[in-house]
Design a protein around this ligand. Structure first.
Ligand SMILES: [Zn+2]
Length: 315
């Protein structure tokens, strides 16, 4: 790929849009980030993205624009279907509108978790893998699946919603309306909620750690308390790791990956998370699957969505 093959990646979030232009070597030449708070229609959001793409491009001819969009996305048609904080965000024909506004430059749209999975696969912790599952543990759980070197889309390109696989039908109510989805056990929000439930009995350092930092209690404070030997925090983390391992064992049995990449804020817990998670997952998978996969932390930072979106063209 020559260096003058320029692609723009755009990461559309509920409150921010980031865009960057990459050359053929994958180097960022120019980037920008703006708020979406002022937009009141879907058309205005698209216009903001088109203006950003034009600004970061600086007149260079583009080979394509890759867009990571939140919520359900029909990737084949390039339509955002629903599910975000953005205004009027139902059945937005992103590909059609943007290609018209950009004078025919090809636009590809994927769900943000799929973009991140693809970014890790081509440029991050997935390099060298052939069958990779990406799981991001943050406020919820996002995921993307690469099988035989291809991003798994499914019939409507909704594949990989692993966070809403049901682990326990009588579990906690999930944002999706079901009970006991994986993300109600293993996300950062789930860690916080479980800690708050147990803290009603008192006797933990979690509250003090959060108060010292001047912050609301979050999963980070629970991990920190656990690292200091706090028994309640350790129980919360143990429970989360157990359910994360159950979810990952389901992933292993379903997709037979050679690598599982864990991203999101919770993955920053590092050694408080990974050794035990590997051990527990190995315990839950059937014998033939043991030692056939690795569980590794994500390799890219917050740019993962941008990189993944741009890389839809650069591979
Ligand atoms: Zn759910």
């Amino acid at each position: 790929m020559s260096n003058d093959n320029y692609v723009v990646g755009v990461d559309l979030g509920g409150t921010k849009i980031a865009a960057a232009i990459f050359d053929g070597a994958g180097t960022v030449l120019n980037r920008e980030r703006i708020d979406t708070a002022d937009a009141s229609t879907a058309r205005e959001v698209v216009q903001s993205m088109v203006s950003m793409i034009e600004r970061v491009s600086g007149g260079r001819k583009l080979s394509g624009v890759g867009l990571a969009s939140p919520g359900a996305v029909d990737s084949r048609e390039g339509i955002a279907l629903n599910g975000t904080n953005l205004p009027e965000w139902n059945n937005v024909p992103l590909k059609q509108w943007m290609e018209a506004d950009l004078g025919g430059v090809q636009v590809q749209v994927v769900n943000d978790a799929n973009a991140a999975a693809w970014g890790e696969y081509v440029r991050g912790a997935g390099i060298g893998s052939q069958n990779m599952v990406y799981v991001t543990l943050s406020t919820g759980i996002g995921a993307g699946v690469i099988l035989d070197g291809k991003l798994l889309l499914g019939s409507k390109s909704f594949a990989g919603e692993l966070g809403h696989t049901i682990i326990h039908p009588e579990g906690e109510l999930c944002n999706c309306g079901n009970r006991g989805c994986w993300e109600t056990f293993s996300s950062g929000t789930a860690i916080r909620n479980e800690a708050l439930r147990r803290l009603e009995g008192g006797g933990s350092a979690i509250e003090e750690i959060a108060a010292m930092a001047g912050e609301e209690i979050s999963s980070r404070h629970v991990f920190e308390a656990a690292s200091q030997g706090d028994a309640l925090a350790a129980e919360v983390i143990d429970r989360m790791i157990r359910y994360t391992a159950i979810g990952l064992a389901n992933v292993v049995h379903t997709f037979n990956p050679d690598r599982i990449v864990i991203g999101g804020g919770v993955s920053k817990a590092g050694d408080l998370l990974f050794p035990k998670l590997r051990e527990e997952t190995a315990r839950f998978v059937m014998a033939p699957y043991r030692n056939t996969f690795e569980i590794v932390p994500a390799g890219l930072n917050d740019d993962v969505g941008l990189i993944g979106a741009a890389s839809l063209f650069n591979v």
